[in-house]
Each structure stands twice: as C-alpha cells, then as structure tokens.
Design a binder for this molecule. Sequence first.
Ligand code: ATP
Ligand code: MG
Length: 245
Amino acid sequence: MSEIYVVVSGKGGVGKSSMTALLGRAFAQRGKKALLIDCDIGLRSLDIILDVQDKVLFSWGDIVEELCDPEQAAVQQEGLYLLAAPARLPRDFGPAELRGLAGDCAEKFGCDYVFIDAGAGIADNAMLAMGAADKALIVSTPDNVCVRSVAAAADKLFELGMDPENVRLIINRFDKKSAISGKMLNVDDVIDSTGVQLIGAVPDDEAIELCLHRGMSLPKSSEAFKAAARIAGRIDGEEIKLRIK
Ligand SMILES: Nc1ncnc2c1ncn2[C@@H]1O[C@H](COP(=O)(O)OP(=O)(O)OP(=O)(O)O)[C@@H](O)[C@H]1O
Ligand SMILES: [Mg+2]
C-alpha cells in the first residue's frame, strides 16, 4: 500500500505546490511512482507547474461524481501521475472519501507514494487534505510569520490524530548568506520555533521560477532539484545526511 503524504503550510505562497511537483519528479528519477493530488479546490496550480494543463480533461471531482474513470482523469508525466483539483468540492465529500480515492487511484496506477498538495492556510481544503493523510510535510520559509503558521499547522495535524513522528519540516527558499547576515532565520531557529523535525532545506533557486513554472524539468544539476532528490531519498528510507547549502 502506498503512503499518503499531505504537503501543507500555515501560510500561503511558501512553495507547497513547487515542492509537490519537485518531489514527484525526484521520485520519478528514483524509479518510483508518485501520485500527485491537487487539493487546492478552485485554485489548482499543479497542472500549470507541470505544464500539463492542456492534457487535463477531468478533475478528481469528476471521478467522485462518476463522470470519468481514474485513467481518464489522471495525467501521466514521466513516472508521475497528476489528479487535478475540481472547481468545487463534491457533495458529502470529506477526508475519509479523499483518502479512499487516493488509495484506490494509487493502487490502480501502481504508485509508491501519494502527495496531496493542500490549499493555503489551515482551513477547509487544507483540513480535508490533512485529514486524508498518514504523514505530513510542512513547508516553511525561514521567516517569523511563516514559522508561527507552521506551529499552527502542526497543531492541527496533531488534533487530527497524526503521530508527531510522521510530521516533517521542509524549509524552503533557504539562503545561507541571508541566514548568516541575520536577514533570515537560520535552520536551528526555525526548527526550535516550530518543534518539527527537519527532513530537508531547499535553497532559493531562480531556476524554480524559470523552469518549473514554464513546465520544463528543473535541471538535475540545480540546487533545488538536488535538495528535493535528497528529501525523496530520506522519505524512501535512505540515510542521507542533512546538508544545508
Ligand atoms: N525554492 C524556491 N526558490 C525560488 N522560488 C521559489 C521556490 N519555491 C517556490 N518558489 C516560488 O514561490 C512562489 C509560490 O510557490 P508555490 O505556488 O509553490 O507556493 P504555494 O505554497 O503552493 O502557494 P499557495 O499557498 O498559493 O498554493 C512561486 O512563484 C514559486 O516559483
Ligand atoms: Mg499551491
């Protein structure tokens, strides 16, 4: 059975969708299959980030409403599958139903991992996504406002019954020079303030804007891709030392 992760943050615009896309591609590179589920209902973006928007004919809402099969809704790209978010939530649909859908689709497509890209914040869409997952990756940028929101997201996950052992932190847009000069928090500050164990830091990398958002694969030599590949390795059970660049 595949593991279901939610990629969540307290604050919007910190890189959840970018991380979800990078992880999908990093797992493909490892020869593993990931199912990416966009749960930003009404504001989907993963299809654009992966440059498959022209291939999206149906959303996962259409599977739920029996308007199509999972095979018709899922867009395949290299080793990953994407289910686009619907414009509105299907009726009587909650975390248990999303979990069922994720599990069924992952089994059908032979996926090892599911990553649900939660919407911004910790209400509605994010609660749906958090309640459907076994494990969580909380994304934070290294600033005080975001760090505070991470603690709130972690509390929600614990309230929903998630084991703290299954919750990990990704620090995104980390810049060592800014941390050293005090313009940004350093990694220890972020970990101490959030109380969540770190699984990796992804550097601020303009290649993300240039490539990912134009649907091009990030060069494997880019620092952001290398960082995502290390996080994928850790998720996959490999012992990879934390390297903060
Ligand atoms: N490591 C990074 N380096 C440079 N730019 C980044 C990085 N991560 C994300 N970005 C940029 O930050 C912006 C927000 O990213 P993204 O859409 O992934 O955030 P999000 O958390 O999914 O947003 P939302 O809460 O609106 O869903 C995008 O323009 C993206 O290109
Ligand atoms: Mg997003």
